[in-house]
Write a protein that binds this ligand. Structure first.
Ligand SMILES: Cc1cc2nc3c(=O)[nH]c(=O)nc-3n(C[C@H](O)[C@H](O)[C@H](O)COP(=O)(O)O)c2cc1C
Length: 292
């Protein structure tokens, strides 16, 4: 790999912004509902956003200052004076309506009206939720951290969730966990690109928690040097608890009629197929078979 390496202070703010949003992606999108001093409701998307703690439940989004002289965006002004907001999570069915909310409308124009999204009363705070959002979090603004006072400078809004609303439609059958296939959340990438999370995009990664996995240092050179296996493939082997011994390997080969006297690559390709079928313990026996 060859790299473009640079000091972030030496490139334009615009280019740096694209590096940041292109690299740290996908990012979830908070569609933030807030209330102005006059009592108007505002709605705007923020993708410099994430969850930072579940105990207590803390979300942070960042609103940068704009214009010369630098001024606050409506959301930031609102949460500075009225320290409440609803963080509505953006999923695919509302992604285009969310984008419409990012237009810099005058403060007295409601993005709810412009985007066609529906206000739904919150239970604890006064800014409304977005009815169409499948996850809504009523928040108290705990702190606002200014990272500068010039145009572009980020202001971190630290929010504590006081009421959580999750649509039953996105839960699994026993209503205990959010099902990513039903959630269909979206993430923001660089430029104007987004990703929709569903179908084959969702996969699970085996996490060895209590086992004592072999690790890469426990794998034979023959596998580590293979041109067939990627880092992810080798990790499936490294996550196993033990290496099969020669007797097990030969028994497996006989029972499954593995062809004899082939090159290592031949067996490695067969093993890779087994990995695709989620059978790493079988795959390693094939990968280590030497056709004897
Ligand atoms: C998907 C998306 C993500 C955005 N993320 C941010 C962000 O993290 N920080 C920010 O200051 N502006 C962000 N923006 C731009 C704001 O939404 C935009 O400036 C908006 O007009 C602010 O509205 P407000 O003045 O009503 O708060 C984003 C826009 C879009 C479409």
């Amino acid at each position: 790999m060859s790299f473009l390496s640079f000091d972030p202070q030496t490139i334009s703010k615009k280019d740096l912004h694209q590096y940041v949003i292109g690299a740290v992606s996908p990012r979830p999108i908070a569609l933030v509902s807030s209330q102005s001093e006059k009592g108007n409701f505002n709605l705007a998307p923020y993708s410099f956003f994430n969850a930072f703690s579940s105990s207590p439940p803390i979300m942070i989004f960042s609103a940068n200052l704009i214009g010369q002289p630098a001024k606050q965006k409506d959301t930031l002004r609102n949460v500075t004076t009225h320290r409440e907001c609803v963080i509505n999570l953006v999923s695919y069915p509302i992604v285009r309506q969310m984008a419409l909310c990012s237009v810099e409308f005058d403060a007295d124009i409601s993005e709810f009206t412009k985007s066609g999204l529906t206000m739904l009363d919150s239970e604890i705070i006064s800014p409304p939720r977005v009815k169409e959002a499948v996850v809504q979090m009523e928040c108290i603004v705990q702190d606002i951290l200014a990272l500068g006072n010039k145009a572009g400078a980020a202001q971190l809004v630290i929010c504590r969730v006081v009421r959580f609303h999750v649509s039953k439609e996105i839960m699994d059958d026993d209503l205990r966990r959010i099902d990513p296939q039903k959630y269909h959340t979206v993430g923001r990438l660089g430029r104007t690109n987004y990703i929709s999370v569903n179908g084959d995009n969702v996969f699970s990664v085996y996490q060895p928690v209590k086992l004592e996995p072999l690790g890469f240092d426990g794998l034979p050179e023959q596998l580590l040097r293979s041109k067939v296996f990627t880092g992810n493939d080798l990790t499936r082997f490294a996550a196993l608890e033990y290496l099969p011994d020669i007797t097990e390997i030969i028994e497996y080969a006989k029972k499954n009629h593995l062809p004899q006297h082939q090159e290592n690559d031949y067996y490695h390709k067969m093993a890779k197929q087994k990995l695709k079928n989620d059978l790493p313990a079988e795959a390693i026996k094939i990968a280590l078979y030497e056709g004897q």
